[in-house]
Design a protein around this ligand. Structure first.
Ligand code: NDP
Length: 245
């Protein structure tokens, strides 16, 4: 697939980084975004380019519609097409709802849900013209089986699951598939706080008694993109059998 182009939001660290490397290994040309960690982003870009893969690393804050628009304009200027969009960028602001600052609700919904919708909106017209494409949204087990203090995040990821199904219905006639991957607890900076405060409870809920590696989530994304060609409108759980508390 020398000509396929993938866009990954939040590619500089964690799960996004593993997705970028997995897609590069499968031959995709890649544009990925970062928001703060420029050093990590440039190191990853250099690593991918070292594999002989064309790779763009651009700053984009998915909580800002202007930033998203500018990012996709630059991607389009460079690659002129997008075959695969992976909406990975996300944040948590965990806390009990009774005392949660309103901004933590707004930021989490804006980044995880509205950011995902707006990124989809940027690539859909091109995919409609191409009559083909694939979108993979990174959801979370929290949408179905949340931990304590995740009402804002669970609401946002539940919205991501719903938009995945709705967009799959809308785009299937033009050969565009839309799916989501819902990870459990993955070893990244994001999960450090959650693991730190609720380690015992989380371990007791896991059937597979370890946390996921980011590469295991990337593998699921690659499967949906390249091999799961009869999959659309699905949310694929990759959570080690995590149960409700
Ligand atoms: P990390 O915190 O390790 O990395 C987050 C990535 O998203 C970074 O690349 C960061 O960029 C980027 N990012 C953060 N905010 C924004 C923003 N406003 N605009 C654009 N990019 C942004 O997170 P993970 O790798 O753990 O999580 C990736 C995805 O997986 C998220 O959607 C998360 O909700 C989901 N997930 C994670 C789980 C886990 O256990 N880790 C479990 C279930 C789902 P920068 O480096 O520049 O800050």
């Amino acid at each position: 697939m020398p000509n396929k182009v993938a866009v990954v939001t939040g590619g500089s660290r964690g799960i996004g980084r593993a997705i970028v490397l997995a897609l590069a290994g499968a031959g995709y040309q890649i544009a990925f975004s970062y928001v703060r960690d420029e050093v990590a982003a440039m190191a990853l870009r250099d690593e991918v380019q070292g594999l002989g893969i064309d790779c763009l690393a651009l700053q984009c804050d998915v909580s800002s519609s202007d930033s998203i628009k500018g990012f996709f304009e630059r991607v389009d200027g460079h690659f002129q097409r997008v075959d695969l969009l992976v909406n990975n960028a996300g944040i948590t602001r965990d806390g009990l709802l009774a005392t949660m600052p309103a901004r933590d609700i707004v930021e989490v919904i804006q980044t995880n849900l509205i950011g995902t919708l707006l990124c989809c909106q940027q690539v859909v017209p091109g995919m409609l013209r191409q009559r083909g494409g694939c979108i993979v949204n990174i959801s979370s087990v929290a949408a179905q089986k949340p931990s304590k203090g995740q009402s804002n995040y669970a609401a946002a990821k539940g919205g991501v699951d719903a938009l995945t199904r709705a967009l799959a219905v809308e785009l299937a006639p033009r050969n565009i598939r839309v799916n989501a991957v819902a990870p459990g607890i993955v070893k990244t900076e994001m999960s450090t706080a959650l693991i730190g405060s609720q380690e015992e409870e989380i371990q007791s809920r896991l059937l597979i008694k370890r946390y996921a590696e980011p590469e295991e989530i990337a593998e699921a994304v690659l499967y949906i993109a390249d091999r799961g060609l009869y999959l659309t409108g699905e949310v694929l759980p990759v959570n080690g059998g995590l149960k409700m508390p």
